[in-house]
Design a protein around this ligand. Structure first.
Ligand code: HEC
Ligand code: HEC
Length: 263
């Protein structure tokens, strides 16, 4: 009996410490939430994926952040220039571009005076996450990223698994990102990763009544994908997630990879 009580108390304190240390949001997620408040999605469409019509211009719509970015910004620095200055130095030298900008009903504003440097960096991280940049060089990791989209993972976990969308009732209040600070706490190794994907939770969490309580209480639950996986999917997904956490695309969480939320 006393043993049970002690175990119960231990679990309670573990849960309480999980609740107390809500890790900060990742730059991409901060950028996503900031973009909502800053008006970006009014012109670039919901989450920047479907730009509004832009009469007067030959491209006819405001560019989105998914497929169009490459035509407008070759590098991270150029994405930053767009947001801060409303255009890149290279574009401003082009007479054709200046004429197009004049003719369009909608023009990209310069946000440099309204936002801090850190806020601009968060928006850059959000645009890069949507654009899938940088891109893994390794073909297995690339295949994993593609399968994550096809399987629907990116609906909840965001493009490339990089957003932390709200999840009412969950311990952290959001769906965890794969490059987030809490990943190592939830996924200790490849075996646990496979359990999450195949069954919707790890065996370690499924055995722990408190963990189970919180998983069941969340509005959005991780589905079990076992029936939907093709041979090789787990290898590819794991390779992609490992690349994301260690291949160091900047913009991922500062604390990612160094042991999780508690430190
Ligand atoms: C009033 C409409 C409008 C708003 C608001 C707006 N944009 Fe834009 N944005 C544009 C237009 C139009 C372009 C294309 C610019 C051009 O070619 O002149 C553009 C281009 C861009 C580009 C380069 C092209 C691309 O899609 O990657 C980025 C990045 C960008 N905007 C980010 C943002 C961010 C981040 C915000 C919010 C802080 C924002 N924009 C708010 C209209 C807008
Ligand atoms: C319906 C929304 C949803 C979909 C679709 C989804 N997940 Fe999840 N996933 C979640 C939620 C919610 C959690 C967190 C559970 C918790 O701890 O509260 C999670 C947790 C995870 C975790 C544990 C650790 C972490 O930090 O992310 C992994 C790994 C994971 N999901 C991978 C995937 C993969 C791979 C796919 C696609 C095959 C996928 N998920 C599809 C909602 C989803």
């Amino acid at each position: 009996m006393r043993g049970l009580l002690a175990a119960g108390l231990l679990m309670l304190s573990v849960t309480a410490s999980c609740l107390a240390v809500r890790p900060p949001l990742s730059p991409a997620e901060r950028g996503r939430r900031l973009a909502e408040r800053t008006g970006c999605f009014g012109c670039h469409g919901p989450e920047g994926l479907r730009g509004a019509g832009n009469p007067g211009r030959t491209d006819r719509t405001v560019p989105g952040f998914e497929d169009d970015v490459m035509m407008f910004a070759k590098t991270r620095d150029e994405i930053r220039e767009w947001i801060r200055d409303g255009g890149t130095a290279a574009k401003r030298r082009s007479r054709t571009w200046r004429a197009q900008r004049e003719q369009g009903a909608l023009r990209m504003p310069a946000f440099g005076d309204r936002l801090s440097a850190r806020q601009v960096e968060d928006l850059v991280a959000m645009v890069e996450a949507n654009a899938g940049r940088p891109e893994p060089e390794d073909s297995l990791a690339l295949a994993g990223r593609r399968r994550a989209k096809e399987l629907g993972c990116t609906g909840c976990h965001g493009p490339g698994g990089r957003f932390q969308r709200p999840n009412p009732g969950s311990v952290r209040g959001y769906v965890p990102a794969w490059d987030g600070p809490d990943f190592p706490e939830l996924v200790r190794d490849r075996a646990e990763f496979s359990e999450w994907v195949e069954r919707g939770r790890s065996d370690r969490f499924a055995r722990n009544p408190l963990a189970r309580y919180f998983l069941d209480r969340a509005a959005v639950k991780m589905p079990a994908f076992r029936r939907h996986l093709l041979p090789g999917d787990l290898d590819a997904l794991w390779r992609y997630v490992t690349w994301l956490r260690t291949g160091a695309p900047a913009g991922r969480h500062e604390a990612a990879g160094n042991g999780g939320a508690g430190d």
